[in-house]
Design a binder for this molecule. Structure first.
Ligand SMILES: [Zn+2]
Length: 434
């Protein structure tokens, strides 16, 4: 007896470039087999989904989410955040360590990943690169790696000091793991709450320059060069939420030189500009900030030409009372799990011609490769049955109040989305169905 048969789908396997109608059979949480339509005959199955007109693709993988547990469960919990992830088509998410307390120990990592937390999809975590994310002393990389760490980051803050970042890259390289860098020279951004430019000038807000991002990216790339030469190691730098043309130029050049640099882009940075802040909209406040149109277009260009490795949401829930304050006092961040595929399809596919298979690669196969996940981000038989089923041409309107996240802080309330998710399957279990 098999668990689930999905019939008449458009099977889209981004890594192999496979895009054909077919049926997919799930057994014991794994993809058992693929057949052409009607190819499975005489099977006894518990459940069948007729997926005519829908795309069946590997479940989406988000390398950058904030689930707020432990410590800030009024914003989100691991259970609610991963429920929102499932609604957005995600079957693997990577939790950032800026919880309370900071996830910088084996004990806290194991607590976070324990089944008792109720994660609805596959949960991974990047613990802090430095103790307390204070930027001084490295956390215990080897022990954390053994306990399941998929990389290290002080996200929310950069690893600022040269010698600390160098030591972090070396220690992580010995374990084959990336350092995920929040690229912001905080010496240049004190008191800033948005992008530097005419909008900030008009609103009377202090702005962050693009150099605050690009300088850290350039410094980190220089460290990669030095370490490769001096230590005979191959460190992996992952640049989080790249938002500027300047940083992308540095990343593109570093890749051309063969250094191990990867980067992610967030849907808000390729969809919106600093203009969204007009009226002091705190739901458009995040870090890195929304930039000028020129930078937005540079992010899109880098998604089109392959400089960007993955789309990551930086899902950052905050309670309404925290955002309903003066702009400069409001916390950074917006929710993003339920709007990522809809925005990527609308902006990158429809408006800029990026093929759907490439979008899915940026959201499943490539983040799987980045995290060295075996048997995820693919439809290959034997892989985990992590799947998303959606209508790619279905237009709909996102309503923040209906979000499954505990928080509703999004600039995309009532925004147009392209591509409607019907079901998300995690390890053979239906974890979302509309
Ligand atoms: Zn960040």
């Amino acid at each position: 007896m098999s668990d689930l048969l999905i019939r008449n789908a458009r099977l889209l396997e981004p890594a192999a470039g496979f895009d054909e109608p077919g049926d997919l059979l799930i057994r014991d949480g794994r993809i058992a087999a693929l057949e052409s339509p009607g190819g499975f005959t005489g099977l006894e199955v518990q459940d069948t989904i007729d997926a005519a007109g829908m795309v069946l693709a590997p479940g989406l993988i988000d390398v950058h989410v904030h689930l707020r547990e432990p410590g800030q469960t009024y914003k989100e919990t691991i259970a609610t955040g991963t429920r929102a992830a499932a609604a957005g088509g995600f079957t693997t998410v990577v939790a950032m360590p800026n919880t309370v307390p900071v996830n910088d120990s084996v004990e806290s990592l194991e607590w976070m990943l324990a089944p008792e937390r109720g994660a609805q999809v596959h949960l991974l975590a990047m613990p802090a690169a430095t103790l307390g994310s204070m930027g001084e002393t490295l956390s215990e990389y080897e022990a954390l790696a053994k306990a399941g760490a998929v990389g290290f980051t002080d996200d929310g803050k950069p690893v600022l000091e040269d010698h600390v970042m160098r030591a972090a890259l070396v220690a992580a390289a010995r374990l084959g793991l990336p350092i995920s860098q929040h690229a912001e020279d905080t010496r240049l951004t004190g008191g800033c709450s948005m992008n530097a430019g005419v909008v900030a000038f008009r609103l009377g807000l202090r702005g962050m320059t693009v150099e605050a991002e690009s300088k850290i990216v350039e410094r980190d790339i220089q460290l990669l060069r030095e370490i490769e030469k001096a230590d005979k190691l191959r460190p992996h730098l992952h640049v989080q939420h790249v938002s500027t043309a300047k940083a992308l130029i540095a990343i593109r050049e570093a890749k051309r030189q063969g250094l191990h640099v990867t980067c992610e882009a967030a849907p808000h940075h390729f969809t919106l500009t600093e203009a969204a802040i007009e009226g002091y909209n705190t739901n458009a406040k995040m870090n890195p900030p929304l930039r000028a149109e020129h930078d937005r277009m540079a992010v899109i260009e880098a998604l089109l030409d392959g400089t960007v490795d993955c789309i990551a949401t930086d899902h950052a829930p905050h309670a309404a009372h925290e955002k309903e304050v003066e702009f400069e006092r409001a916390p950074n961040g917006i929710t993003g799990l339920e709007t990522a595929l809809g925005l990527a399809s609308r902006v990158l596919h429809r408006e800029h011609g990026l093929p759907l298979a490439r979008i899915l690669a940026l959201m499943s196969a490539q983040p799987a490769a980045l995290l060295k996940l075996k048997d995820r981000g693919t439809l290959r038989p034997g892989s985990h049955a992590d799947l998303v089923l959606f209508s790619p041409d279905w237009e709909w309107t996102f309503t923040a109040a209906q979000s499954l996240s505990k928080s509703k802080n999004t600039p995309f309330d009532q925004a147009q989305m392209l591509g409607r998710i019907h079901a998300t399957i995690s390890e053979g279990r239906i974890v979302y169905r509309d």
